[in-house]
Ligand binder design. Structure first.
Ligand SMILES: [Zn+2]
Length: 187
């Protein structure tokens, strides 16, 4: 509730009824015991497109995913039917722990706790996205599996794009230039 999760998210992860969530929110989050917090309504975010919309968001999502892995919220192996099997109180606490650590690094991120739930669920399913080592720097990066691109962080993809342009220019000058795909270190 402190992270302003949607009622449906709290209901799914705590098994509290929507009525109980509303009652608790009114009792503890309406401003009597600290700052008044919002209770968002509507359908939680469900499209991974949000994370691919900018290099910054993709990088932030990779950080959050790594924190979910270390907190134990993200299982190390794929989970079939993660949307049904992941939500429980213990994992919810691990997710909050990871999200709080993430906010310490990126205080004004556009990634909400509901986005964090989406990211965790999709990564646990392992079909649409994955957290993999970047081919350029070995840092963990978030990959859109549906885009069928090589695991490459935004930074290295940008650097390689530049070096590819440089190589193209070198080749035009008659010098030997290797395409970036052959020069990246694989691990
Ligand atoms: Zn990289």
């Amino acid at each position: 509730m402190r992270h302003e999760a949607r009622t449906s998210t709290i209901h799914r992860w705590t098994s509290l009824s929507p009525f109980s969530v509303r009652t608790l929110h009114e009792a503890y989050c309406s401003g009597h015991y600290g700052p008044a917090l919002k209770r968002h309504r509507g359908v939680p975010p469900y499209l991974m497109r949000f994370f691919w919309s900018s290099p910054e968001l993709r990088q932030q999502a990779a950080l959050l995913a790594g924190l979910c892995l270390t907190s134990g919220a993200l299982p190390p192996a794929p989970v079939a039917d993660a949307r049904e099997r992941l939500p429980n109180l213990v994992r919810g606490e691990q997710l909050c722990e990871a999200y709080e650590a993430f906010l310490a690094f990126v205080p004004n991120s556009a990634i909400t706790i509901d986005h964090a739930v989406l990211l965790l669920t999709v990564l646990a399913e392992g079909q649409e996205a994955a957290l993999l080592p970047c081919l350029g720097c070995s840092g963990m990066t978030l990959i859109d599996r549906l885009a069928l691109t090589e695991p490459m962080c935004s930074h290295c993809a940008g650097e390689n794009h530049k070096s590819q342009s440089t190589n193209t220019r070198s080749t035009r000058r008659g010098e030997v230039g290797k395409p970036w795909r052959h020069s990246v270190r694989r691990s």
